[in-house]
Write a protein that binds this ligand. Structure first.
Ligand code: ATP
Ligand code: MG
Ligand code: MG
Ligand code: MG
Length: 552
C-alpha cells in the first residue's frame, strides 16, 4: 500500500466515524511562541484542549507535517542511525474534544490497523499506563489482545528505562495516561519489547500513541479530573508504510525511494538504501524544504538556526560521499514530484526553496573543507598527545580532480588521522600544505602502508578509528562554529563517526567567554580575541597549514 493510499484511508476511516478532516498546519506553530516547531498533530488544537478556543466540531482527524529537530523533541541525532526516526515526518491523528474516550479510540485504532490496513493482529502489542486498568481491560477484554501482549508501563520516575506512559502538555494543565501500539518486526532484528532494558532497539517499533487527557495538573502537584476528557492520538505515516510495504526501515518505503535515488545521483555514489549518508540527505532535504516552504530562512538564531544546522549537516554528508559542489538544492524537484501533490504549498514554493538552499550551500562550501581540515588535524593532535607521538607530519596526496588528501602520521609512517580535502585550487593548496613541514621527512611514504595500518580499521576513507578514546577540546569545536560555520551538532556528527567525543561543556564555556568578552570590549575587538592559539607542546603545524591553505 502506497503512502498516499495510507493517508487517504486514514482520513476516510475517521471521517466515517464522524470526524472533521482538518488540513495540516504550518511547521511554525501559530498559537504557541514557546514551541519551536509543530512536533505532533495536536499542536494546532492546543487551545481547544485548554478551553480557550472552540471549534464547530468535537471530533477531528488530520495528516500533520511534523518536525522533531531542536526544542524539546529532537530526533536529529537518531537520523541515519535508527530505522524509525526522521526529522520531518507525517503524523496521522484523530481527536476527541470532550466527546468519545478510551474505548472508541482504541477500538477504532484496532479496527483500522487490522481490518482496513490488514496488519496481522499477532504482530501487534500494546502498552498502557501501569495504573490504567480501564485501558488494560479494553485491550484484554473488549478487543481481545492476549494479556501477555499488553504491557503496563510506569511513569519512569525512577528513570529506569526510557518508556513513559504518562503524557503532560506542560508542567501544569491537561495530562493523562497513554496507550501505545507496537509492531513486532521479528526476532531477526535486535531489540526488546517496550519496558525492557533494550527497548530502544528497532525490533518492536512504536507506531501509534493514544493519549487520554483526563486530568489537570496543578502548580502544587495535585491532580484533579477534567470535566470532559479528551483524546489525542498520533501515528507515524512512514512507520506504518514500512510495515505495509513489507520493509523494516522507514527509509525503504515508497516516499524515500526517489529521494535516496536523487541523493545518490547528486553525490555520484551508487544507489543503495543502506548508506547512512544517503538516508541523512534524503531525510534532511524534506525537513529543509518544508521549513523554507513555511517561511523559515537560514539564520544564526532560533528557527532559522535549526534550519541552517540541518542544511549544513545534509551538505556535510554529501561532502563525505565526495561531493565538492553545491548539490543539495538539486534534490528539490525530486521532492516536489514525490510530495507536492499532498502538500501544494511545497510545489508552489519550489523556486524559492531551491534558491534559498543554493545560496546557503554556496556560502558553506567555501568554509567546509577548511573546517574539516582543522577538525581532522585537531583530532590527530589530540590523539598524538595521548599516545605520546612526536613530530606529526602531513602526507598530502593529490588526486586528479578537485581533491587532495592529508594522511596525518608520525615519522615512522604510522597513520594517525586522515582528511579528504576538496578545493577549487588543489595544486596551490597542496603546495601550501607541503611547505609547512619541509624539514620532517618521513622514513617511508605513508600511503604504501595505509592498508596495513592497525589504526586504520574502517573501510570508509573518511573515518579513522583511534585506538584510545579521544576528546575534541571545546575551544576547537567553538572555533569551528565561529570561524568555519560548523554548528556544534555537525562537529559532533563528524566526531561520532571517528569515535571521538566533543567536550560540550568546554564549547559552552568558550561561547560564554566570547559573549562576555564582546560585552566587555565592544564588538570591534572581536577578531583579535578570537585568534586561535595552538596548544603548547602539541603539533600545531596543521592549524597554520590550514590557515595558509585557507588564504589562497
Ligand atoms: P519513539 O519512542 O519511537 O521515539 P515517540 O514516543 O517519541 O516515538 P510520540 O511522541 O508518541 O513518539 O509520537 C507519536 C507517533 O509519531 C509515534 O508513535 C511514531 O509513530 C511517530 N513518530 C514519533 N517520532 C518520530 C520520528 N522522529 N520520525 C518518524 N515518526 C515518528
Ligand atoms: Mg521519540
Ligand atoms: Mg516512544
Ligand atoms: Mg510515544
Amino acid at each position: 500500500m502506497k503512502s498516499a493510499e495510507i493517508r487517504e484511508k486514514f482520513l476516510k476511516f475517521f471521517e466515517s466515524k464522524g470526524h472533521q478532516i482538518v488540513a495540516s498546519s504550518s511547521l511554525v506553530p501559530a498559537n504557541d511562541p514557546t514551541l519551536m516547531f509543530t512536533n505532533s498533530g495536536m499542536v494546532q488544537f492546543k487551545d481547544v484542549f485548554l478551553g480557550t478556543d472552540k471549534r464547530p466540531y468535537n471530533r477531528a482527524t488530520s495528516v500533520q507535517a511534523c518536525l522533531r529537530a531542536g526544542g524539546k523533541h529532537n530526533d536529529l541525532e537518531s537520523v541515519g542511525y535508527t530505522a524509525r526516526h526522521h526529522t520531518f515526518f507525517e503524523m496521522l491523528g484523530n481527536w476527541s474534544f470532550g466527546d468519545y474516550f478510551k474505548k472508541e479510540s482504541l477500538q477504532w485504532g484496532w479496527e483500522l490497523l487490522t481490518q482496513v490496513y490488514g496488519l496481522p493482529p499477532e504482530r501487534l502489542l500494546a502498552t498502557v499506563y501501569h495504573e490504567d486498568d480501564e485501558a488494560y481491560d479494553i485491550w484484554t477484554k473488549i478487543i481481545g489482545l492476549p494479556p501477555e501482549r499488553v504491557i503496563r508501563i510506569g511513569d519512569n520516575k525512577g528513570g529506569k528505562y526510557k518508556s513513559d506512559n504518562f503524557w503532560m502538555m506542560a508542567d501544569t494543565g491537561p495530562c493523562g495516561p497513554c496507550s501505545e501500539i507496537f509492531y513486532d518486526h521479528g526476532p531477526h532484528i535486535p531489540g526488546g519489547p517496550p519496558g525492557s532494558p533494550d527497548e530502544d532497539g528497532d525490533r518492536f517499533i512504536e507506531i501509534w500513541n493514544h493519549v487520554f487527557m483526563q486530568f489537570e495538573m496543578h502548580e502544587d502537584g495535585s491532580v484533579t479530573k477534567l470535566p470532559a476528557p479528551c483524546v489525542d492520538t498520533g501515528m507515524g505515516l512512514e512507520r506504518v508504510a514500512a510495515i505495509l510495504q513489507g520493509v523494516h526501515s522507514n527509509y525503504k518505503i515508497d516516499l524515500f525511494q526517489a529521494l535516496i535515488q536523487a541523493a545518490a545521483r547528486e553525490t555520484g555514489v551508487p544507489y543503495s538504501q543502506d548508506v547512512p549518508s544517503l538516508k541523512v540527505i534524503a531525510d534532511h532535504i524534506r525537513a529543509c524544504a518544508f521549513l523554507i516552504a513555511d517561511g523559515v530562512i537560514p539564520s544564526n538564531e532560533g528557527r532559522g538556526y535549526v534550519l541552517r544546522r540541518i542544511i549544513r549537516r545534509g551538505i556535510r554528508h554529501g561532502y563525505k560521499l565526495g561531493q565538492k559542489q553545491p548539490f543539495f538544492y538539486k534534490l528539490v524537484p525530486d521532492l516536489v514530484r514525490e510530495m507536492g501533490g499532498a502538500y501544494r504549498h511545497l510545489a508552489e514554493q519550489e523556486a524559492h526553496i531551491t534558491e534559498t538552499l543554493k545560496a546557503e550551500e554556496e556560502r558553506f562550501f567555501e568554509t567546509l573543507w577548511k573546517g574539516m581540515l582543522v577538525l581532522t588535524t585537531s583530532i590527530a593532535a589530540k590523539y598524538a598527545e595521548k599516545q605520546n607521538i612526536k613530530n606529526l607530519v602531513p602526507y598530502p596526496i593529490r588526486y586528479p580532480n578537485y581533491s587532495f588528501e592529508y594522511y596525518v602520521g608520525d615519522l615512522d609512517g604510522n597513520q594517525v588521522d586522515f582528511a579528504h580535502i576538496e578545493s577549487s585550487t588543489p595544486d596551490r593548496d597542496l603546495e601550501a600544505a607541503k611547505n609547512v613541514n619541509k624539514l620532517n621527512k618521513p622514513k617511508r611514504p605513508l600511503y604504501s602502508s595505509i592498508r596495513g595500518c592497525p589504526k586504520f580499521e574502517s573501510n570508509d576513507p573518511n573515518t579513522c578509528i583511534h585506538s584510545v578514546p579521544v576528546i575534541l577540546p571545546g575551544d576547537v569545536a567553538f572555533k569551528l562554529h565561529d570561524t568555519y560555520g560548523f554548528p556544534l551538532d555537525l562537529t559532533q556528527d563528524v566526531c561520532r563517526e571517528r569515535d571521538v567525543t566533543v567536550d560540550v561543556a568546554g564549547f559552552d564555556a568558550a561561547m560564554q567567554q566570547q559573549k562576555d568578552a564582546a560585552r566587555a570590549a565592544g564588538k570591534f575587538k572581536m577578531d583579535k580575541l578570537l585568534e586561535y592559539e595552538g596548544e603548547a607542546g602539541v603539533f600545531t603545524g596543521y592549524e597554520e597549514m590550514a590557515h595558509d591553505a585557507c588564504r589562497v
